[in-house]
Write a protein that binds this ligand. Sequence first.
Ligand code: C2E
Ligand code: CA
Ligand code: CA
Length: 811
Amino acid sequence: MRPAILRRGSGALPAALVLAVVLIAGWRLIVLSLQRHAAEAHRAAVVEASQTAHAIETQLQALTALADGQAARAANASAGADAAQQLSSLVPIHNAFWISADGIAVTADPAASTATNGILAEWNGTRHSDATPSLLGPTRQGSQWLIAALAPIGAETAQSAPALPTAWAVVYTDLDQLLLAIQVNRIKSAGYDFALTQLDPSVTQPRQFVSTSTAPLSAPVVLPVRLPERYAPAAPGSYLQVAIRPHAGWYPVTQIATEIGVLAVLAWLLGFGAYDLTHSLQRLRAGLSIYRHRLGGLRSQLAVETDRRRELQKSIDYARYHDSFTGLPNRRYFVDQLDRALREVRSRQRERLGVLLIDISRFKFINDSLGHTVGDELMVQAARRFEKAAAEIESVLARWGGDQFALLILDVAFPDAALAFAAVLQDSLEAPFELRRHRISVAASMGVTCVEGGTARAEDVVREADIALSMAKKNDTRRVLMYAPGMGGAAANLVSLEADLHLALRQNDLRLLFQPIVELQHYRMVGAEALLRWRHPVEGLLLPERFLAIAEEAGLMVTITRQIIARVCRLAVQWRQIVPQTPFYMSVNLSASSLRDPQLVDFVSGTLREAGLPPDVLKLEVSEISLISNVGAAREALERLHALGIQLMLDDFGTGFSSLNYLQLFPIDYVKIDRPKVERTSGGRVNSGMTPAMLQMASSMGLTAIAEIVETEEAADGLRKMGCEYGQGLFYSEAVAAEVALGYLRGEAPPKRSSAPPVSAEPTELSATTLTAAANGAGKSPEDDSPTLVIPIEDSGATMEVPTLLRTFRG
Ligand code: C2E
Ligand code: CA
Ligand code: CA
């Protein structure tokens, strides 16, 4: 839909309507106003006209009074005989004369004869036979209009004898003077045009004598001028009339123009206002519709958002109870279901439940060596297989944790049925897994428990299965174990190792031993590998294989490694002070997680700097497995370490997936060839199997080889003959306490092959052999270890006494 704001033109129609209404109404008002104005003007004109007429009447009365006076005077003077004679001797007043009975004008002023004759002639033309006083004129005499009053002399007498001819007294005046007396100019200045006319029945048009306007007045107010009493017009039927009209007319143009102007302005204002109003109204309406539109949009957005929230809530709920990788229910869900099932058992709705905890073996190894993606994929595939296996029975399968699943079997016919089902699950794992180009066989350990009646709580049931699982994991022969009462104590140890490890770290129960690395040609010690031990308060001295995996899983390896590096550096500082002339190095093993530690390089360089050590004192050992698990991070860390001048050793070379790629990919300086095979041919010559090939390859790549796990003299000899430069192993020395290793460095005689094979050697109380046996968990019990022979990885750094043990290797 096109927005309303884009529609145009409709604003003109209302404006035009308003304009029309305003114009019509305005016009009507103007007309009314003009009419009213005209009426008022008319009224005023009537007043003016009547005043004027009255003034003229007054003048005429004065004129007639003069004539009457003259007539009376003449009558008195000429009473008796010879009236004509008498008249001629009687001098009339100014502008007056007599007319004798025989119609002759008798005048005293010869200069006025023109006026006199004119009046007489006019009067003769209209002369009445009766002796009625009359008013003559106006009559033109030259440039003047004259009005004359004629009064019969001796009128009373005449009445009694009407046949008698009558003499007349005539008084006249100039019309101009008359008008002057009535101040015609005042009328003009009052805004009126004025005319004096005479209606005469003998002519059709009134005669006009005076006018202030050149044109005849249109539609004037006309009032008759009444003659004084007794007087009649000389021309019968005629009478004077006054015509008055406003000079501007009845409808003055200026007023009309003003009013029209006002109307136009008003119309324009209102029209424009209406136009503007409709426009703003339209804009408003358009704005409103836009807002309504937006509101609609918002409303639908809101609906979408609400739906999204609802979906989100659903997926949150799903996530709360499900594992994102496998899509299986999670631990929380499992425990809820177990709770419910237990209630049903209590209320005898169910007879027997089975709970299985399943642990995928080697999961951590796969994760570390092939990467987390492969590990995750393995869990997903395992989940699918278990799901399929459990599809037929009424059960709940859940992801329990990292590499563990849990299965709740809701109806177990007899206790061993749960165990039997564990075997079914085992079978489902039999076929190897296809994981990103790897084919991997995986087994699982399982702990099983059964619940029949009773008041067991969910956590108790789970703990039983967990204990059974711990035992199964330790058990080499049977991977599935049913929980039995009494199992708890044995399993507790294992379960609590992780907790103990945290404690050990705080209490400095982790120690370091050092295994010498020997230069074979001269049996001279050139360095030592730091190896970790844990003095467990109950279990005794533990080897790395017992606790390294736990430490990795508990995320403690980064801390432990840093502590080892710090400790090794402190020790190196002491050794350099004690044997300043003897060059040596110490090598530290880096776990996969330490390689991922982003602060590792900074930590190492900082520690070296603080200790004032040259970088060649420290070497770092990495295994192929730890490199595989995170090539990118490892490569970056190793490059940086190498750039610091720290040499790197590839550990366990020849055991793992061993590809030459790693040697090229990483800045490796040393390879540690694990358990070199040295066999003699019947001719007494050294076997030319894998070991010489590896040695050859190492030297061709510019790498230094160290043969490790060298146990026999035979092997040591063979290696030397093959040209192997360095060796490490029980034949030279087991891992020993720091002060022992220092002793080797100091002693004139370097660590050299024992006079007898180590294990069979007479173990002196503090001999290296004893240590090895103890360290490897064989021979004496761990408690026999002298605490002075292992050093804590975090200690006060006090200088150690050089042990007496050195003598073992002398001579
Ligand atoms: P590795 O780095 O290959 O260390 C050599 C292992 O072989 C040591 O075992 C050592 O005592 C043992 N060994 C040396 N010579 C002989 C011999 O002639 N015969 C026999 N049978 N064994 C010999 P250990 O100390 O039990 O360490 C086992 C593994 O634990 C090490 O293998 C290393 O991978 C790891 N490890 C030890 N200490 C540390 C550590 O501080 N950090 C890390 N990340 N790993 C460590
Ligand atoms: Ca090593
Ligand atoms: Ca090794």
